[in-house]
Structure formats: C-alpha cells, structure tokens
Design a protein around this ligand. Structure first.
Ligand code: GH3
Ligand code: MG
Ligand code: MG
Ligand code: MG
Length: 302
C-alpha cells in the first residue's frame, strides 16, 4: 500500500465565482494538483477525465446547481468515488441536510476561513486515501497476491455482461492442484503454501492478454477468465499452463502420477446470452475439471 502523502492529491473546484476559485486554489495549493471549472457541465467533464480525490462544489450555480451536479457525479461509476464537499453561503439546517442527502461528505460555509478549509480538506483526503487502500486490499488474496474469490465473482459478472452486449466469446479455466493433500502431508503446510505461491505465479505469468485475469478460487484452486478467446486458443492455453506447472519441477514424491507437482484444468467456453449466467459457465468448467481428474490428472479437458 503506498504511504499516505497529503501533497499528491487531485482536487477539483467547481464554482461560478472566479474570485472564490482563486482564493480556494491558493488555500489548497499545498495538497497537490488543483483543477477548476466555472460551471456544472464543465465540472462533470473534468471530474470524469481526472478522477479527483476531492471536489469542492458550489451550491448556487446556473444552469445546473450544485445538488444536481453532485447527484450526477454520484450516479456515474467514473466519478462516484470522488469525495464531495459543498461550499455554500447558506448556513441553515435545511441546506446542511440537503448537502449531505445529495451525497456530499461535508460542507464549508462562505466566507471562507482558510485554516478550517484546510483542516476539513486534509481530513477528507486522508479518509479518501484509506478507503481506497482498503478497497484494493479487499480484492486480493493474502497468500498468493492474486485476486480473491470476491473480486472474481464481481469481475466475472461484469465481463459476462459486457461480452453478452458485444456477442463475443468468453473462456474460463478452473485449475486444481493434483494430490495436494498428500503434498501437505509429506512436506508440511509451509512448503504447501510456498508451492501454492509458485503455481499461482506461473499461472499469472502465463496469462498475458490485458483483459484476462487470474483469481484464487478456493484452497488449492485457481480460476482464469479469458475474454474474447476462441475455443482453440483456450485449449492451447489450458495445455500450456499444465506444461508450465510441470516444468517448475516442484518435487512431489507421494503424487500418484509424477514425482512433481501437477495441475488439472477444466475449461468452458461460450458466447454469453441473455438467459445464460456466469455460474453456468463456471459449472461447466467444474465438470470438465472433474473429467480431467478422473481421466488421470495433469491434463486439461473441455
Ligand atoms: P485432487 O488431486 O483430487 O485434487 O486431490 P487433492 O489432495 O489436491 O484434493 P483435496 O481437496 O482432497 O485436498 C486439497 C488440499 O489442499 C487440502 C488442503 O489442506 C490443501 N490446501 C488448501 N488450501 C491450502 C493453503 O492455503 N495452504 C496449504 N498449504 N494447503 C492448502
Ligand atoms: Mg455560486
Ligand atoms: Mg480442490
Ligand atoms: Mg487438488
């Protein structure tokens, strides 16, 4: 996780008052890059492009007022993560509630008090940094460094829907280490962990195309998502990872097939349709994996 540094943030000021923009830019200059927009539409565009950590948003603007801009920012995946602080001349309770209801994390009142503005901005930048770091951590498996099952479920669903819209094929490879219980029993759990990491690394290194990704599916099982891959390429990929894991030559004296660690791979391939689901594809890969196991292991089946 990168260390928190309070001076490399991106802050966007959206305000129709150029003097206020000037003043805020000066107050916030030590926090990093300060961008600005003089109306809502321009603000939305810049937010989309630069994904600022924090947005200081004027309430009273035309034609889009700050509340509407805030709602649009929150409803767009590209901008929903930016923290929003309203800047308003109104100090009433109704304004306060309306600001928070619209999805802002805080609000500051005019006339601006520079130390208060800096303190609030500093707090929200730190919170923003910490929650982004937590979100990243929550996607990964601690042992192997691969994506975890939770990430896989979400990402597969998204990829499935995307490919269904474009009517493009999707491949899945479900991978299970052979006789891994015996490996642990023979070499100990720590050696088992090291072997899992080595296998994970080989699979990841073999999975090169940009949209492809590998996740740890469960204990000694991995899953690979291969978008826009034809069946022939998918089979070649499955065979290649079997070969590469064997080529690691991790000794496994109690394996029933080789004196090295091997994997079995189950493949499934489909063009997603409206009435199919990602789970169907995973189930088919699981059945193919079962066949690979019963047909002798260290092989890939579809
Ligand atoms: P098969 O060839 O049929 O897959 O046999 P197997 O022994 O690999 O399958 P089984 O499901 O019986 O055993 C899986 C083993 O994987 C049992 C479990 O201890 C081990 N395992 C799962 N997660 C971890 C882990 O994080 N670290 C270690 N060291 N072992 C793990
Ligand atoms: Mg204004
Ligand atoms: Mg297993
Ligand atoms: Mg196994």
């Amino acid at each position: 996780m990168p260390a928190y540094s309070p001076n490399d943030s991106t802050i966007l000021i959206i305000d129709d008052d150029v003097n206020l923009i000037r003043m805020l830019s000066h107050i916030l200059k030590d926090f990093g890059r300060v961008l600005f927009a003089v109306d809502g539409e321009q603000g939305l565009e810049i937010a989309k492009k630069h994904k600022p950590d924090l947005i200081l948003l004027d309430v009273g603007m035309l034609p889009l007022d700050g509340y509407e801009v805030c709602r649009r920012l929150k409803n767009d995946d590209a901008t929903s993560k930016s923290a929003i602080i309203f800047v308003t001349a109104n100090t009433g309770m109704d304004t306060e509630i309306a600001c928070l209801d619209a999805g802002a994390v805080d609000f500051i009142t005019k006339p601006l008090n520079p130390p208060v503005v800096q303190a609030r901005v500093r707090t929200h930048l730190r919170l923003q940094h910490d929650s982004a770091a937590l979100e990243r951590l929550a996607q990964y498996d601690a042992l192997t460094g691969l994506y975890n099952r939770r990430y896989f479920d979400k990402a597969l669903e998204a990829e499935y829907n995307r490919l269904q819209r474009h009517q493009l094929p999707l491949g899945i490879a479900l991978i299970d280490i052979d006789f891994f219980k015996k490996y642990n029993d023979t070499y100990g759990h720590l050696a088992g962990d090291a072997a899992l990491k080595a296998v994970a690394h080989v699979i990841e290194a073999a999975t090169k195309r940009p949209a492809e990704f590998v996740a740890r599916y469960g204990g000694e099982e991995f899953v690979v998502v291969l978008p826009q891959t034809d069946e022939q390429t998918l089979k070649q990929y499955g065979q290649m990872i079997c070969d590469e894991v064997l080529a690691l030559k991790i000794p496994h004296d109690t394996s029933d097939i080789f004196q090295n660690i091997t994997i079995s791979v189950g493949l499934a391939h489909a063009i997603p349709t409206v009435d199919s689901s990602p789970q169907t594809l995973v189930d088919r890969a699981d059945q193919a994996l079962y066949r690979a196991k019963t047909l002798g292991r260290n092989r890939c089946e579809i």
